[in-house]
Write a protein that binds this ligand. Structure first.
Ligand code: ADP
Ligand code: GN1
Ligand code: MG
Length: 363
């Protein structure tokens, strides 16, 4: 097993309630924010793996409050699915640190957590079938529904104004004005595209939709699909679970689960909103969360896909112009490539929005 890693995972994992002998660790997954590792232990002669994460505390400024949210949410969900078959694969389970806390802080100030590894399931960076779209939307909808009765107090805001699109727009305008990485000249087309769409940024906020417990990062690769059945078995990546609007979640599903292309695809001809995928998302989401949605929320389902795609495009563009300080990048122009796929998808949604709305009305 290759061990080309920056952190001492043996020492970190040793701080958690895991028995057996440490075998090794390797970087894992393709998230843009945290550092994720798969950690192997020998337990009674068999290798068992765990999922360890270093929380990116430059982005999540209050890791303790964040872990408090995750502990409350996973405990609540575990109470709901406890009786189901195979329940330990249906909800993330935190391994406690040896001092009883749900995380460990290392001497360098990094915050770590370890989860049970969900076996016989995986995430996908790009959607392949409408059945997968249905399953993921149903799983995220169910997640929202099961958390609707989370007891008070309100969850902590792990990133304030995370989906406040007008503020994301303003951040782009500021980045253009500052041009601190001298890249404005490289992104004129994308900046114009964004600036022409200012009016849509306030629509969800102005609609005064109800506040709910939402996931806020419902990327297709944040749900694990069962290898054998394809079922959306477990919603993961809970850092941004906080009070929000249901449509932030549905919108991000449209963004990440209707186009066959990866988020950083350079051949933009591959990027498109596939109607069959949208239909599967709506059906899956309504099957699990439909009962709790208001009429206003239903009416804005298609719009939310356009808005959240636009919003994440704004964020990629802002980060490109600011010198790539937020999202992990793996090549030159990576954030600009990501922005371009988002804006291409916005255009694709714009041309199909009427039919998308008609479909929602018909269901
Ligand atoms: P990021 O915030 O960086 O996106 P994630 O929490 O989404 O990090 O984790 C990154 C990847 O690790 C996921 O896409 C998934 O493939 C894998 N992963 C996360 N949690 C688990 C788990 N408990 N069991 C198995 N795989 C997991
Ligand atoms: C980040 O952590 P990850 O890779 O699932 C980001 C999301 C973006 C997404 C774009 C905390 O999600 O908001 O939509 O990248 N998470 C955070 O791919 O900013
Ligand atoms: Mg993720």
């Amino acid at each position: 097993m290759s061990i080309t890693i920056r952190h001492d995972l043996k020492t970190v994992a040793g701080q958690f309630e895991i028995h057996g002998e440490f075998l090794g660790a390797e970087p894992y997954g393709s998230g843009h924010i945290n550092d994720t590792y798969c950690v192997y232990f020998d337990q009674g002669g068999s290798p068992v793996r765990y999922l360890a994460q270093r929380i990116n505390h430059n982005i999540f400024k209050h890791p303790v409050a964040l872990m408090q949210n995750i502990q409350r949410v996973t405990t609540h969900l575990a109470g709901k699915v406890g009786g189901e078959r195979d329940f330990s694969r249906r909800v993330l389970t935190l391994i406690p640190a040896r001092d009883g806390r749900p995380f460990h802080q290392d001497p360098q100030g990094n915050y770590w957590r370890i989860y049970i590894f969900i076996e016989k399931a995986r995430t996908y960076d790009a959607v392949e079938t409408a059945a997968q779209a249905f399953e993921s939307a149903q799983a995220f909808g169910r997640f929202q529904r099961l958390l609707a009765d989370l007891p008070a107090p309100r969850l902590n805001d792990t990133i304030p104004d995370f989906h406040h699109t007008p503020k994301r727009f303003l951040a782009l305008e500021n980045a253009v004005a500052a041009d601190c990485a001298k890249r404005v000249g490289l992104a004129g087309t994308e900046i114009d595209f964004a600036l022409r769409r200012r009016t849509m940024t306030g629509v969800l906020l102005d609609a005064k939709l109800p506040e709910r417990v939402t996931h806020n990062d419902t990327k297709f690769n944040n749900v694990m699909l069962d290898d054998a059945t394809g079922q959306g078995i477990c919603v993961i990546d809970l850092d941004t679970v906080m009070p929000g609007v249901a449509l932030y979640d549905f919108g991000d599903m449209v963004r990440t689960t209707t186009s066959p292309a990866r988020e950083d695809e350079r051949d933009l001809s591959k990027v498109k909103m596939q109607f069959s995928m949208f239909e599967a998302l709506v059906r899956g989401y309504l099957a699990s969360a439909g009962e709790v949605l208001t009429g206003a929320e239903r009416q804005l389902l298609a719009f939310s896909g356009k808005l959240i795609t636009f919003e994440i495009g704004l964020r990629f563009l802002t980060d490109f112009l600011s010198g790539d300080t937020y999202f992990k990048v793996h090549r030159e122009g990576h954030n600009l490539d990501r922005c371009r796929t988002q804006f291409k998808l916005v255009e694709s949604i714009e041309t199909q929005e009427d039919q998308m709305n008609k479909l929602v009305e018909s269901l």
